[in-house]
Design a protein around this ligand. Structure first.
Ligand SMILES: [Zn+2]
Length: 265
């Protein structure tokens, strides 16, 4: 039925899934800030690598390095590693403020795993040069740092706009509004601030409130997936709504299907 009146959607009313996630201006700003820190740290990692390469360039392949120079080289590589991992930490945090969309597969992959690419850039040249110069110990250590740094830089549970939207939808279906609670170190988010699991943590931890997206942005231990919603809170909310287990499952399926639908579009 057509109407020229302004239609205001009341949250908790219909069951229309909110299909897209748009970060707030504040979250966007924080993401940009974290990405800048990541870029600076990654550049410093490459600078450290160049320092190590300058020492290796000057080396005669047939003459062994002194122990002191070798230790200095390994120390420089360690600095390279620390800058790499610190940069990746900021990068991954930025993605939690402003996640990529699964719709763009390639962008989604590179945005979340950029730290792995940087690990190769920050170590592979020095690995190759060390082996050319027959400095095998340093080369092997650099290779280990590249692998270790790469593994530490990978995002093993990458956030996506679709996952954020799906969980926000489910929380709104259950509670009427996207407002959740989490602790500094817990790996779940909660619908009630007096949840039994929060009570046991309350003495030692400060817990915070905000949207599902805020929970992900502020606690990297919470994996961006359906199972991160506290099961006790989920059951309690479903019971409060008078839902059966089947109805709860239906609401969850609907939220998940909404992701698939957006991705396939
Ligand atoms: Zn809970």
């Amino acid at each position: 039925m057509a109407t020229d009146k302004k239609v205001t959607k009341v949250s908790g009313g219909g069951n229309a899934p909110r299909q897209t996630f748009v970060p707030t201006a504040e979250a966007k700003g924080k993401a940009s800030q974290h990405r800048l820190y990541a870029a600076i740290l990654w550049v410093l990692a490459v600078v450290a690598q160049i320092g190590a390469m300058i020492i290796l360039f000057k080396k005669d392949p047939e003459v062994a390095l002194s122990t002191g120079t070798r230790i200095a080289l390994i120390a420089i590589l360690l600095v390279d590693l620390v800058f790499l991992i610190a940069g990746s930490w900021f990068w991954k945090k930025a993605n939690r403020f402003d996640p990529a969309s699964k719709k763009e597969t390639l962008k989604f992959f590179f945005q979340n795993q950029l730290g792995v690419v940087v690990a190769v850039i920050a170590f592979l040249p020095v690995v190759i040069l060390a082996f050319i110069k027959k400095e095998f110990l340093v080369g092997a250590i650099a290779a280990l740092f590249m692998i270790g740094g790469g593994l530490a830089s990978a995002d093993w549970s990458p956030p996506s706009q679709e996952e954020y939207a799906a969980q926000s939808t489910l929380v709104q279906d259950l509670m009427g509004t996207d407002n959740v609670f989490w602790t500094k170190s817990g790996s779940k988010y909660h619908l009630y601030d007096d949840c039994q699991y929060l009570k046991s943590d309350r003495t030692t931890e400060i817990f915070e409130g905000g949207t599902v997206a805020d929970a992900y942005a502020n606690n990297s231990k919470i994996k961006p997936e359906m199972s991160s919603l506290c099961s006790a809170c989920e059951k309690r909310a479903a019971k409060a709504k008078g839902w059966t287990n089947e109805q709860l499952q239906e609401a969850k399926d609907k939220a998940v299907n909404a992701i698939q639908k957006t991705v396939e579009e």
